[in-house]
Design a protein around this ligand. Sequence first.
Ligand code: SF4
Ligand code: SF4
Length: 363
Amino acid sequence: MLDEQDSLMQLENFEEDLKICARCGFCKNVCPTYLYSDGFEAFSPRGRLHFLREYAAGREKMSASWVDRLYRCTSCERCMEVCQTSIPLVPLWEAARARAVREGKGPMPAHVRLRNAVAKTGNPYDEPLEKQRGWMQQEHKPAEHADMLVFGGCTASYRIPAMLRTGVSILQRQGIPYMYLGGKEHCCGSPLLRTGQKDIAAEVIAHNIDLINEAGVKQVVTPCGGCSKTLKHDYLLWAKRMGKPWTVEVLHFSEIYARLIKEGKLVPTKAINKTVTYHDPCHVGRAQGLFEEPRVIMAAIPGLKLVEMPHHGKDSRCCGAGGGVKSNYPELADHIAQDRVQEAADTGADVLATIVRAALWGQ
Ligand code: SF4
Ligand code: SF4
């Protein structure tokens, strides 16, 4: 069992952060969920922060309405990007959700279903582990031992296999040896961590850390933005918390594609004569700083013309799906997504690309 005090991830560890809010409201103006709250301050990052300050001081209770507001956050990190006092707002929201879970007030119903599926099958889609290798094709021949391990992730393994096939085919054709432990991987823990379900997150994280450490690899690569963010950032903290080593370099597949293109080893030849605008996913862009890589890939494709949306790079707007919002508040997620799609349409581009789709060009 985890030691509650031995953690960087408990609400108590944010005591100083709660005090330094300048109440400027910069965060309010960029928050996609506040935009759909009819101007109700309690749905803004500043409002949530005010609640947590009052809660920490014992003047507020974790009421159902406050818990609902805490869960109406996509973890897009736009508030963190503009916060003038550099408060780690998203880790704070996650710690607050974990507290709500501990008090029996969270998570939301859709998140409980996800938890039950992970507890039963190791993945949020409730798919049998035997299906995890189902994306593989004849040309995919993982090595018994290699420095690089491919971590498929649940979405790519069970729902969007092209994400994995593309990346692994490129490794294969580039002669880069890789291991693959399909059939043994569990969910990376991202949807559990984002929704405050740290006990079950700890189980899958411990399983994956042990699995990867036992493989003895130096690098782990994944096609999923959520997995790469979690393995890069969260696993570092959790491994330390659990007293396990975690020294592997974690990469998103786009980092490998961009590197191979820069080295002249990967040269796209098939022209895409289209004007393309690119959506920086929050968990790939702001969370991992991978802004250049997708643009390097697109710049290398003959005929492709990139036109940027007004909000791009660090200032990219959210798609509405993250943080468990899409599963529990689909209407809110749709509103946010429609805004983003409209911004893309207003550029006049033929294609709206994002990192998952960017991975498809190699097929
Ligand atoms: S992470 Fe995004 S949705 Fe959540 S409070 Fe910050 S700006 Fe709003
Ligand atoms: S941007 Fe930062 S300092 Fe300003 S109100 Fe929001 S949380 Fe407080």
